[in-house]
Design a protein around this ligand. Structure first.
Ligand SMILES: NC(=O)c1ccc[n+]([C@@H]2O[C@H](COP(=O)([O-])OP(=O)(O)OC[C@H]3O[C@@H](n4cnc5c(N)ncnc54)[C@H](O)[C@@H]3O)[C@@H](O)[C@H]2O)c1
Length: 320
């Protein structure tokens, strides 16, 4: 069903985006990547250098995407589906620079949606986030919980979900916001201070450097492997329907940061010392997704065990 479909992937040179592009191309799609390379990297797509079904366009979504796609539309015909992943991805940065977050994550996204509306795109998949929930007291976290985001990042992700609902109801476009939990895996950039804890720990342990955990380390997260997340994105992209209501993308399993640090250190030969520092103000202490909606809607469940995913992540970092 996905054969030869023309799919635009914004943020396609990034961590999750490049894995999604791999999957789409392997399924026979034609893919246009839209990316401003602020955090994305051409190396993430280097394996497709000679591929005629891939076009990489250097564009900032906040400037609009119409002009950049027009030449390709003449050759390939209309864009059928959009997977919108481009974003300012740091919660901390959004608190320091809320207008910067609005520019990309809100206004930039509305530019992408405007393209979809005017061009009558069939489906939009959007990378939302568990950050929309804020502090939750009941677990696992369900999509019908009241959302109370604690950052501009979370507010803008939630606002876009409303835009998707509007586009479905008023303009008849199928839309699917996916609320990712903590995604990890190869190509996540450990050099960014905002990067996921797994890539930072794996990077430090593989270099034999010590680890400092914020707080007592008993805070938990739902860590989901990027190969599973890209599979969820593509399943949602080609599933029938989509009314703008979100689906969690996680494993349904909780892992403490202490257990995570021990496992990663073990994979890297146990050379690092693990210590504890001050806890971070406002840090959420527990997070785990209810994953039943994604299963019902597009038959997704995460398959990669944490041990296997961590092994891949460490191997990719050490070039082993
Ligand atoms: N990684 C996670 O754990 C996680 C969790 C929840 C949600 N998300 C969401 O998933 C999406 C992908 O995140 P990621 O982890 O792959 O991050 P990433 O930084 O690797 O990818 C983001 C991509 O968007 C591009 N980009 C940023 N601003 C842009 C702009 N103005 N115009 C065009 N391109 C732009 C970047 O260059 C990069 O390639 C984001 O929307 C993020 O908010 C990620």
């Amino acid at each position: 069903m996905s054969d030869n479909a023309f799919v635009v992937v914004t943020g396609g040179a990034g961590f999750i985006g490049s894995h999604t592009v791999d999957r789409l191309l392997n399924q026979g799609c034609r893919v246009a990547v839209i990316d401003n390379f602020s955090t994305g990297r051409l190396e993430n797509l280097a394996q497709w250098k000679e591929e005629e079904r891939l076009e990489i366009l250097t564009v900032d979504i906040a400037d609009g995407i119409f002009a950049s796609l027009s030449a390709l539309e003449e050759r390939w015909g209309p864009v059928e589906r959009i997977i919108h992943l481009a974003a300012q991805t740091s919660v901390v940065h959004s608190i320091d620079s809320p207008l910067g977050d609005v520019r990309t994550n809100y206004t930039g996204t509305v530019q992408v949606l405007e393209y979809a509306r005017r061009k009558k795109v069939k489906k939009i998949v959007f990378a939302s986030s568990a950050a929309v929930y804020g502090d939750v007291e009941e677990f696992p976290v369900r999509e019908d919980f009241v959302c109370s985001p604690l950052s501009p990042y979370g507010i803008n992700k939630l606002s876009v979900e409303f835009w998707l609902g509007y586009h479905s109801k008023v303009h008849g476009i199928d839309t699917a916001p996916l609320r990712f939990f903590n995604v990890y895996g190869p190509r996540q950039d450990p050099s960014s201070p905002y990067s996921g804890v797994i890539s930072i720990f794996a990077d430090r342990c593989s270099a034999g450097k010590d680890l400092t955990i914020f707080g007592d380390g008993e805070q938990t997260r739902d860590f989901v492997y990027v190969g599973d997340v890209s599979r969820a994105i593509v399943l949602a992209c080609f599933a029938k329907g989509g009314d703008g209501s979100p689906a969690n993308i996680g494993t349904g399993l909780e892992t403490s940061v202490n257990d995570l640090a021990t496992l990663i250190n073990e994979f890297c030969g146990g050379k690092s010392t693990i210590s504890h520092g001050e806890s971070r103000e406002g840090e959420i202490l527990k997070s785990v997704a209810d994953v039943s909606r994604a299963k019902e809607r597009f038959d997704f469940s995460a398959k990669t065990a944490l041990r296997d995913g961590l092994k891949d992540t460490v191997t990719a970092l050490t070039g082993g």
